[in-house]
Write a protein that binds this ligand. Structure first.
Ligand code: AMP
Length: 395
């Protein structure tokens, strides 16, 4: 079975043709800077040289047509006929409270995704566009929607409720939804396999540390707490997002500094986090290099980043009544021994001790204490392809 996985973001479309059984991508590509004059396509087909092309891509419709024609291209494509695509799996950011698992796309599902545009205005419209275009380009081929929010939908009310007037939840839908669910679910399952223990009996904290970053407390395979909230702005320090701040800071900026809502939005989402603190970059590699060279602001950014993770790990261990495994994933979690070491250095009280050699070489199992510490490479595209296969088998 070949699954076309589509991940339509605000200015990019990522696509992969994945064989979920073989756990491998036959082709992967990305179309970036959609709508600008600098749009470009990068695509790699199994084993061959990567192609890179500057192209005119005015909108997401055009980008999805381009992904489709790239896969079918007589010279550098990977398939010769659309019938070689058996299903399409779509990454969809928000399903609100309506859907707790991946689903076959139907008219009702499309309506649910549309109704959640108010919660994810930068993502759900593009995700919907991906679904509609795929229906047009690949008529009759089943489509499955896989949601970032779904994995967190079993959190208990005490975890997802904010202490606002109850009507904020009952009338406006304001609550913690959580994101990165596909990644947290995927690495939690992979970690259980690695430990050769049933997922159902494990208490794990999964730390997805990339340009976006979030932590989840996964008890018995179920997300019982997660750091991103009503939007993906809450929680850990991220590349350009602030993560947790006192909400009164927003009021202060508006009332005393005269900022408008767009400016506050930009400040919190685009100018904060590692970039804001370091003044250097949103890229952890660059920040670590600068910190090593004595840049104090870069060092501070690293300290705040790790301290925040530490706070979440401690509180999530308390929420679950203990911890069996701490799991690192995402670009930083998978590749930075320094960050893992800094976080774990203060976790001996949870039974965590790092094996230095294993940590340095990004091994899968890097703990030498009673609590496991794992580095698991996330693969959201494979997770979406596998979920698509599972849903189609169940119907
Ligand atoms: P992602 O969003 O998951 O692709 O992760 C991107 C982040 O991973 C960026 O901040 C990169 O700097 C970071 N990253 C990738 N490789 C490394 C590395 N070897 N050491 C530290 N950070 C890394």
């Amino acid at each position: 079975m070949n699954v076309l996985v589509l991940n339509c973001g605000s200015s990019s479309v990522k696509f992969q043709l994945v064989n979920p059984a073989g756990k491998r991508a036959l082709a992967k590509g990305i179309i970036e800077e959609i709508g600008s004059h600098n749009a470009f396509l990068t695509c790699q087909v199994n084993g061959r040289d990567e192609i890179k092309k500057a192209l005119e891509v005015p909108d997401h419709d055009a980008a999805i047509r381009l992904a489709h024609s790239t896969l079918l291209h007589p010279e550098y494509g990977v398939i010769s006929d659309p019938s070689e695509i058996d299903a399409v799996g779509h990454r969809v950011v928000h399903a609100g409270e309506e859907l707790t698992d991946s689903v076959l796309v139907t008219d009702d599902v499309i309506e649910i995704i549309r109704s959640c545009i108010k919660f994810a205005p930068l993502h759900n419209p593009h995700n919907l566009c991906g679904i509609e275009m795929a229906m047009e380009l690949l008529p009759g081929i089943p489509q499955v929607a896989v949601f970032d929010t779904a994995f967190h939908q079993q959190m208990p009310p005490e975890a997802y409720m904010y202490a606002l007037p109850l009507t904020a939840y009952t009338e406006l839908g304001i609550r913690r939804y959580g994101f990165h669910g596909t990644s947290h679910g995927f690495v939690a399952a992979a970690a259980a396999k690695e430990l050769d223990r049933p997922l159902e009996e494990l208490r794990m904290i999964t730390c997805h540390l990339g340009n976006g970053a979030s932590a989840a407390a996964v008890k018995g395979g179920i997300s019982v707490e997660t750091s991103m909230g009503f939007t993906p702005l809450e929680g850990l320090v991220m590349g350009t997002r602030s993560g947790d701040i006192d909400p009164a800071v927003v009021l202060y900026l508006i009332e005393h500094e005269g900022l408008g809502s767009d400016e506050v939005n930009t400040l919190l989402n685009k100018q904060s986090g590692l970039l804001g603190l370091s003044g250097v970059s949103n890229d952890m590699r660059e920040i670590l290099t600068q910190a090593e060279q004595g840049n104090e602001d870069a060092a501070l950014a690293v300290d705040v980043f790790c301290h925040r993770i530490l706070k979440y790990v401690g509180s999530y261990a308390a929420v679950m009544g203990g911890l069996d495994a701490l799991v690192f994933t995402g670009g930083i979690g998978e590749n930075s021994p320094r960050i893992r070491e800094k976080v774990c250095a203060r976790l001996a009280f949870l039974g965590i001790t790092l094996s230095e050699a294993e940590n340095q070489r990004n091994a899968t199992s890097i703990g030498s204490g009673p609590t496991a510490v794992l580095v698991i490479n996330t693969n959201e595209e494979l997770a979406i392809a596998q979920d698509t296969r599972r849903i189609l088998r169940e119907i």
